[in-house]
Design a binder for this molecule. Sequence first.
Ligand code: PMP
Length: 389
Amino acid sequence: MPFDLSSRLAERRAAHLYRQRPLLESPQGVRVVVDGQPLLAFCNNDYLGLASHPAVIEAFAEGARQWGVGGGASHLVVGHSSPHHALEEALAEFTGRPRALLLSSGYMANLGTVTALVGQGDTVLEDRLNHASLLDAGLLSGARFSRYLHNDIESLGSRLAKAEGNTLVVTDGVFSMDGDLAELPALCAKAREHGAWVMVDDAHGFGCLGRNGGGIVEHFGLNVDQVPVLIGTLGKAFGTAGAFVAGSEELIESLIQFARPYIYTTSQPPAVACATLRSLQLLQGEHWRRERLAQLIAQFRLGVSALGLNLMDSPTPIQPILVGSSERALGLSAALRRRGILVTAIRPPTVPRGTARLRVTLSALHSEDDVNQLLEALQQALRELPEGE
Ligand code: PMP
């Protein structure tokens, strides 16, 4: 048989790397039903609790009534509707950039942007812990592609010194599996010394960082010259779906001309844009959601350090506990699940070998009591599976 898929699958299973999809049988949220079991969940990216907000749902339903369900065509044919346009204008204003462009997913936004900006004869430099979509984009671009050490400005500098052609430095704003922030002020200064452009994917920072939820650029107060290419995704704190690129007039027009994942795909349903316009207002205006998150993060970090666990250094709602082996991460995740708590084990290749972890994410909809329940379950899980087993 030419394709020996069964051996490949068996190898993956033996290495404790086999993936299974839990079946969600309830709406997304803090309390979910998965595979028939009611669970308290600490693993979705709906950080502000907007995915099931009644006003967002209503805007979506009304949008579907008015605009139908499907996007109907690609943006350049006849799929670019008034709700898409209004959302792009609102996102430009929100990010303080001249223009924004809406895409159907963050993965496509990253592929489309990098491949439209650099190609053969150019250079793309990426943090080695960047999201897979950014790394794939770098490879696909055909530019010289190199990964620098995580958040290491010296390591970036030595690569910049050897760069050729147009050079793009690409980083996550908040690292999706670690929760830490990119060292953006230093990174932007280093890129500028070498005439390189900076592209930031702030999928996990928008909504959570900055007083108005403007993400890492608001957090550090960075302007469009320092971060000319800014990506946000809408499936996380915004609670809807899709993504955007924000930047100059020329950047957005270039993407409309050259970004293949933008050009050759059906636009997102206009109703999603209607829902996102509503969630953007809530995300900006309801400061209590970020304040609640900050309290929960402090409570969780204090509690976990008392348990002697290896908590990663993160100021964001992504609070990973470093475990090491995939087997132990799976064991702890299963022990939590037996206690009614859902936290997924993240394993290679999503994270580097030997750094499997429990990726805990907090939401503004969690209560202090929910976090206490998680801490208690963690303590019991550790007793059941002491280190070394
Ligand atoms: N960038 C980052 C940093 C992400 O974490 C993700 C998704 N988890 C994406 C991009 C892809 O976004 P989307 O889910 O909208 O494709």
